[in-house]
Design a protein around this ligand. Structure first.
Ligand code: ATP
Ligand code: MG
Ligand code: MG
Length: 390
């Protein structure tokens, strides 16, 4: 009996446990909260990730360790890796935890990125603003997710005058400056992208590499709202994206599934960030691909052969944020699938998702239209419908 240990007990751990059941796997999930939703399907060890006694207990009870979220302290991952195999490796996790390290690696691998600057002080911010200009985004280097820990600097009224620039800098520094020492900051140019895309990819313990087709994503207030796959893109652009993902995986000696988030601007791809885990933009693979990201992540970390990443028709995933809508309109669709994460409702929280799947773009657009109308979610489905009909 193989037991997979997962650090973090959110919906990703929950979906990993669900995917692992047919493979005969056991799980042990570690989380700081007794309410962690993966605990509804797998034994839950409640403890602090920095508590050596809790980590030792966890390590003793599992055969391999992986992650549901990337903000587990890298030292804890390193401590565990001296006792039990940990995938992805703590070095890769460490790079993906830090927006600055991640962007420097992208550059080193000739993966284009938006202009950025490391910000350690208010003086750094002023200098970077003079170089990068507005609009731009100040982000924490570490610990951000779902658009948290970010401040958007918009061109101020009277734009360009030194006083106007100082005013936006003051606001940004008031919002995030107090965190500069603890989590670091980075300033990034705002990319007026045409589309957001992601590559969900995997690398095995034997170095084998594969990706699911490119996914197109739409965010609302920094949080993923909808994903459509396969994205309609020029095949050469898709090849470029897969090449970026492959070079990253090889450079990091990465094992498991990861996502590379990309902005597409004027036909060029700019890398946003690397998520060192299964990813929200890959949830559609559960019903929309031969093998899901969750199953293939488990196969990868266990050293098993990867399943095919071939798509089944066309799929669109809709995130439910804050609270779940009525499932009936989705369940009424032939290709409608419902995922309730078993979490209590809370503003801004990802509480579930739906995936609609169909054999043709026309059929998927029609199903999205019906579902969107019935749920009063027309604005959430509209971009995907437009992309399918485009
Ligand atoms: P998550 O890990 O949940 O994807 P995050 O908190 O790490 O989110 P980002 O991915 O950096 O945040 O940003 C969230 C979203 O905000 C992006 O997907 C994109 O829509 C928008 N965004 C972030 N950075 C930029 C940028 N430089 N230019 C334009 N839009 C951006
Ligand atoms: Mg992120
Ligand atoms: Mg992101």
């Amino acid at each position: 009996m193989t037991t997979v240990g997962i650090l973090g007990g959110g919906q990703l751990a929950r979906m990993l446990a669900l995917a692992g059941a047919p493979l005969g796997l056991r799980f042990l999930v570690m989380d700081t909260s007794a309410e962690a939703c993966a605990g509804q399907f797998a034994p839950l060890l409640v403890g602090d990730y920095r508590d050596e006694a809790a980590l030792a207990d966890f390590a003793a009870r599992v055969d391999v360790v992986t992650f549901d979220f990337e903000n587990v302290p890298a030292e804890s991952a390193r401590w565990l890796s001296a006792r039990v195999p940990v995938f992805p490796n703590p070095g890769a996790l460490g790079v993906a935890q830090d927006r600055l390290a991640e962007k420097m690696l992208f550059r080193e691998l000739a993966i284009p990125v938006p202009p950025f600057a490391d910000i350690a002080s208010r003086e750094d911010l002023d200098a970077a603003l003079a170089r990068i200009g507005t609009p731009c985004i100040l982000k924490t280097r570490r610990l951000g997710y779902d658009g948290k820990g970010q401040f958007r600097l918009k061109p101020a009224p009277g734009a360009g005058t030194p006083a106007a620039v100082q005013r936006v800098a003051d606001q940004a520094w008031a919002a995030l400056g107090p965190q500069a020492e603890r989590v670091g900051l980075i300033l990034e140019a705002f990319v007026p992208f045409d589309r957001e895309l992601s590559v969900v990819a995997m690398r095995g313990r034997d170095g084998s590499f594969d990706t699911w087709p490119l996914t197109e994503n739409w965010h609302v207030d920094g949080v993923l709202s909808a994903s459509l796959a396969p994205a309609r893109v020029d095949p050469a652009l898709a090849e470029t994206a897969y090449g970026h993902a492959r070079r990253l995986a090889e450079a990091l000696d990465y094992v498991g599934v990861f996502a590379l988030e990309l902005f597409c601007h004027g036909g060029e791809l700019l890398a946003n960030e690397l998520a060192p885990r299964v990813h929200n933009s890959g949830h559609w693979t559960i019903e929309g691909a031969e093998t899901s990201q969750f199953e293939n992540h488990l196969r990868a970390v266990l050293g098993l052969a990867a399943g095919a990443t071939t798509v089944r028709g066309h799929a669109c995933m809709l995130n439910w944020i804050g609270e779940l809508p009525d499932p009936a309109p989705v369940l009424a669709e032939a290709g409608g699938h419902w995922h309730d994460y078993g979490k209590s409702p809370r503003a801004g929280r990802k509480v579930g998702h739906a995936t609609l799947r169909a054999d043709t773009p026309e059929a998927l657009a029609a199903a999205l239209q019906r579902g969107g109308d019935a749920l009063g979610r027309q604005s959430q489905v509209a971009p995907a419908i437009a992309a399918l009909r485009g």
